[in-house]
Design a binder for this molecule. Structure first.
Ligand code: ADP
Length: 289
């Protein structure tokens, strides 16, 4: 399922003295089966944008086309419920929204809300708990007896149980330790590769954006500043640093070294492995001269 925005605009509290234009002139395409990272400062409009992707917010101008459903300022699509099922949003700290007495009931809540029978929902809960890498035995436990990392996985399973085409993730690793972060990011990547789910990831981690995404959107002051592949985005690291944004450590290291020696070593290295390869090739070239 593809999402396309056309001059999407959103103004909070429109027509009041407190009105605030949070988004304007947003023209992006999120193709089927893609992995998009959305980066930008706090206040740049990322969450406002995310909430349009499943119809939680209705544009105040322009249009968003989600699959075959269009939402505009005039027209709120009747199929919003279907959109919410097809585009699942995992908000920050989703475990705060767990409330049922068992993990199973919590995961079943979404599917049943969308019309699944109890039996279907339970089947989906079993599949979903496996997808997030937790044992089926946990289904009968209270979510509040689990570790923080497990609770987060249960909350994510609740979204996956609705069988979404697109998973929208708002800083999904916030508050996790480094190992938990990697595990959960790898899990999303696996869902993208093996289940064909599209991912839209809001992140402050440039490492994650460059490692997992096939396309990056930079938001700045309510609009899209730049979009492209990680290579394209990080090919001008100085520009990003000027904007006050971070770049992957490997890119920063390479840039510093290139400035120091006054020579370009290679295209920006998006990972430590790539940096080692590029440095190795450079040293070899110099030695062979
Ligand atoms: P980000 O997710 O990048 O931090 P947001 O989408 O939360 O950005 O915010 C974009 C802009 O909209 C900010 O200037 C913010 O202050 C403003 N904003 C966000 N939510 C509201 C709201 N409920 N009412 C008024 N202004 C808001």
């Amino acid at each position: 399922m593809q999402i396309v925005t056309k001059d999407l605009e959103y103004v909070y509290q429109k027509g009041t003295p407190f009105e605030k234009r949070a988004l304007f002139h947003i023209n992006v395409t999120i193709p089927s089966h893609s992995y998009t990272a959305v980066i930008g400062h706090t206040g740049s409009g990322k969450s406002t944008f995310l909430q349009h992707l499943n119809g939680l917010l209705q544009p105040t101008g322009g249009k968003i086309q989600i699959g075959d459903m269009a939402v505009t300022s005039e027209k709120k699509e009747r199929g919003l419920k279907k959109i919410r099922q097809k585009v699942g949003i995992v908000f920050q700290f989703p475990e705060h929204q767990l409330f049922e007495e068992t993990v199973e009931k919590d995961i079943c809540f979404g599917p049943m809300n969308f019309g699944a029978t109890e039996e279907e929902a339970k089947r989906q809960a079993k599949t979903a708990i496996k997808l997030v890498g937790l044992p089926e035995e946990l289904l009968s436990q209270s979510p509040f007896d689990l570790s923080g990392g497990q609770m987060r996985r249960v909350a994510i399973a609740g979204v996956l149980a609705m069988n979404p085409d697109i998973l929208v993730l708002d800083e999904p690793t916030a508050g996790l330790d480094p190992r938990g972060r990697t595990e959960i990011m790898d899990m999303f990547y696996q869902l993208y590769q093996e289940k064909g789910i599209s991912i839209v990831l809001v992140t402050h981690s440039m490492e994650d954006a460059s490692k997992y995404a096939d396309s990056i959107i930079i938001m700045h002051q309510g609009t899209v500043y730049k979009k492209g592949t990680p290579k394209e985005i990080f090919s001008s690291p100085a520009e990003l640093i000027d904007l006050g944004l971070d770049v992957p450590e490997s890119v920063r290291f390479q840039l510093k070294l290139e400035n120091k020696i006054g020579k370009k070593i290679a295209e920006p290295s998006l990972s430590i492995d790539e940096l080692v390869e590029n440095l190795f090739a450079y040293i070899k070239r110099v030695n062979d001269k």
